[in-house]
Design a protein around this ligand. Structure first.
Ligand code: 3HC
Length: 677
């Protein structure tokens, strides 16, 4: 059915409402419908102007990402066709934007003569996050509208901006307080098409400062192509076309480059992660009703150490008041400083006003009195990693917490069932495994105990969402998903070192792959004593065959915190965080290998990467078989958001299956997918 015609005294305006729940995605099928409606409006002599608006509380999330994974059907209609029809029409077009206008939807708005928006509207060209570039004219129209420098900054970041910022940039014409669509119609009524103005923009050269210099600077500021920067460099190439070429040629270049990116390995990997993230909370047996069941209006934390204060900050940032219980005045003083320091840092960075920082800081209350946890909807225990200590905490908590309150442990290895057994509410007990620093790291492992109820799991996902975390469900098994896998990865790194490959080379190979640091620097950061404790807890499965780890710990080399571990550290070099090669460690490995009868052998970077990544994937497959992890995509999300696995390689499970194939296909231009938008 056609949308209603609004015949006003001064002209007829056709309102076209983008309505394709849940996010009004502009799929091929939906674009065909849209184009038909638009062409009818254009053909109807009674229609003088078209207003585009969105249903479902948003304008539109842009192109349908699912479409990029299939062969382009012959004669498919895409958002480019809709935009071309607007461009070719002599009628006035106005975009009335509420909620999100993202990707292709913002590109549709850009071709309109006017853009009006509510104050709550958000604008973004997030294609870069999917390894793509705006492929429906965005790279050509935006630089012409707001300048190449601002356009590049906006598109390379990919994050959404507010209506106020969009107005300041010149992206929209007006912010509307009252009835948005009525105001859009007012704009359209009797307005002259800005054809001449727009054609002038299209024909004009960009300002000189927008030329090669901006483009060259942009290339320097993004990562190398082979390491996550492919889409960024390609996007900059498209903007260069806007700078150098007439509009129509620029559009053709953009279209070709977009097609190349759709087929590229990095984009396929990032699109996999996009959908994997959206699958995370879809768990059999947990429905939407259970999800809304538990109110999370206040929280408690036991332990004011690094982890406890980070968790408290995470709740406070989400606007949830939190009580932190700790008997040690010293720990509380330190935690108070950490909390205020963190909020003040946010003020310095311009992310929070001073008032807001104070408010959030004050929403964390420190106390030595456990009774104050009685009102909390969820209590997270973050005390020393020791089963007996934690058991005692759960006994106490069960007696104090109100009925129905969730009791969570932040343990990284211990048995949730053993903790649940200390309570009379095992169905409300689970693991909430945060990563250091808990207020910054986006990952949260939700650990399901034997008796944890579906309602409790649903509530945990709700907590994850409130805290802005990627929450992944894990079974209750040693190390859960992430740490269980990292254990195998580190063991393989040790095996290579025992075979005579220097730790610095192993780390360099993994950094070149895209990890922020290699396995040895990572262990230095988390602490060799911690690694040794994990190894002891694991019993038979040691981290190495030769006892080098034990020896280093005996030598007091605990990692960065003691300025020596697998590497040395020097306060004068990279603030004491930069690993410095220590020949003593290499010698230790060589001696230990001789004693253990391990023959030295050479390994190239490829072999290093293959062995370490295979170790991850192999353990991942076992965790899937055992039901500890639900889906390969869940594991990939854990690794990308918790362990620095390069997102453009899709995570360990994706990489094992598609990574090598699709990256080489892309570089040889033999991708499977079609060039389309
Ligand atoms: N294509 C297909 N499906 C999409 C989608 C899109 N662009 N955006 C969201 N969805 C789906 C999600 O998969 C999810 O489906 P499900 O319910 O079956 O799991 C549903 O919509 C709701 O999404 P979220 O769970 O993410 O809902 P939120 O309210 O948290 O977030 C959002 C909404 C901000 C719109 C977020 O989904 C988002 O950022 N989407 C991606 C936007 C994007 O990247 N757009 C650019 C597309 S590429 C493009 O336009 C190319 C063009 O230049 C040619």
């Amino acid at each position: 059915m056609l949308p209603p015609l609004d015949r006003a005294a001064d002209g007829a305006i056709r309102l076209i409402t983008l309505d394709n729940p849940p996010v009004n995605a502009l799929s091929f099928a939906y674009c065909a419908k849209l184009l038909e409606e638009l062409e009818q409006a254009h053909a109807d002599g009674g229609v003088e102007a078209v207003v585009f608006a969105g249903a479902n509380g948003l304008f539109s999330a842009g192109a349908d990402v699912n479409d990029f994974n299939q062969e382009l059907p012959e004669h498919a209609t895409t958002i480019r066709d809709v935009i071309a029809a607007v461009e070719a029409s002599v009628k006035v077009h106005v975009a009335a934007i509420d909620g999100n206008a993202l990707g292709g939807a913002l590109e549709l708005a850009l071709v309109c003569d006017y853009r009006v928006a509510t104050a709550a509207a958000k604008f973004g060209l997030p294609e870069i996050r999917l390894g793509l570039l705006p492929g429906a004219g965005g790279t050509q129209r935006l630089p012409r509208l707001i300048g190449a420098r601002a356009a590049l900054e906006f598109m390379l970041k990919g994050s959404a901006i507010s209506a106020q910022r969009a107005l300041a940039l010149g992206l929209i014409d007006e912010i509307v307080d009252a009835d948005l669509v009525a105001r859009a119609k007012d704009r359209a009524r009797g307005a002259k098409r800005r054809v001449s103005e727009r054609q002038a923009i299209i024909a004009a050269d960009l300002p000189p400062q927008a030329g090669p210099f901006v483009v060259a600077q942009a290339h320097k500021a993004v990562p190398p192509e082979e390491n996550g920067g492919l889409a960024a460099h390609t996007l900059i190439d498209a903007v260069q076309a806007a700078v150098e070429l007439p509009f129509a040629f620029g559009i053709a270049r953009e279209s070709r480059l977009f097609g190349e990116l759709v087929r590229s390995g990095p984009s396929q990997a990032l699109r996999h992660l996009f959908f994997a993230e959206r699958e995370l909370a879809k768990i059999d047996g947990i429905d939407g009703a259970a999800r809304d069941d538990t109110e999370i209006e206040s929280a408690g934390v036991v332990g004011a150490g690094t982890m406890g204060s980070g968790i408290a900050i995470a709740f406070a940032q989400a606007g949830i008041p939190v009580v932190v219980v700790d008997g040690s005045d010293e720990a509380v003083d330190k935690a108070r400083q950490t909390v205020m320091g963190m909020f003040m840092y946010q003020v310095q960075k311009g992310r929070l006003t001073r008032e807001e920082a104070w408010k959030r800081g004050r929403s964390i209350r420190f106390t030595g009195d456990w009774a104050e946890l009685g009102a909390a909807d969820v209590v997270v225990e973050a005390v020393f990693e020791n089963l007996e200590v934690k058991r005692e905490v759960f006994r106490k908590l069960d007696a104090i917490a109100k009925p129905g309150a969730i009791l969570a442990s932040n343990t990284s290895t211990l048995d949730i069932d053993a903790l649940a057994a200390e309570t009379k509410r095992p169905e409300r007990v689970l693991g909430l495994h945060f990563f250091v620093p808990a207020n910054v790291m986006p990952l949260l492992e939700i650990v399901r105990g034997r008796e944890t109820s579906p309602r409790t799991i649903a509530a945990a996902f709700k907590i994850g969402k409130l805290l802005g975390k990627k929450a992944v469900l894990s079974g209750n098994a040693f190390g859960f998903i992430g740490n269980r896998m990292i254990f195998d990865y580190v063991r393989e790194a040790n095996a290579l070192a025992e075979e005579g490959v220097a730790p610095v080379r192993i780390d360099a190979a993994m950094k070149a792959f895209g990890f922020p640091m290699g396995p040895f620097a990572m262990t230095d950061l988390s602490g060799l004593d911690i690694a040794l404790a994990v190894q002891k807890a694991r019993g038979a499965e040691a981290l190495g065959r030769t006892g080098v780890l034990e020896r280093l710990v005996q030598m007091g080399r605990l990692g960065q915190k003691s300025m020596a571990g697998y590497f040395k550290y020097d306060k004068a070099v990279g603030k004491g965080r930069e690993p410095i090669v220590d020949p003593q460690v290499e010698e230790l490995y060589a001696q230990a290998a001789r004693t253990a009868g391990i023959a030295p052998r050479a390994a190239g970077d490829d072999e290093i990467r293959t062995r370490l990544l295979d170790a991850l994937a192999e353990r991942g497959r076992k965790l899937l078989d055992e039901g500890v992890a639900l889906r390969p995509g869940d594991i990939d999300v854990v690794y990308v958001y918790g362990y620095g696995f390069p997102p453009h390689r899709g995570g360990p499970m994706w990489y094992a299956e598609h990574g090598r194939v699709s990256s080489s296909a892309a570089s040889e231009g033999e991708g499977r997918l079609p060039a389309h938008a």
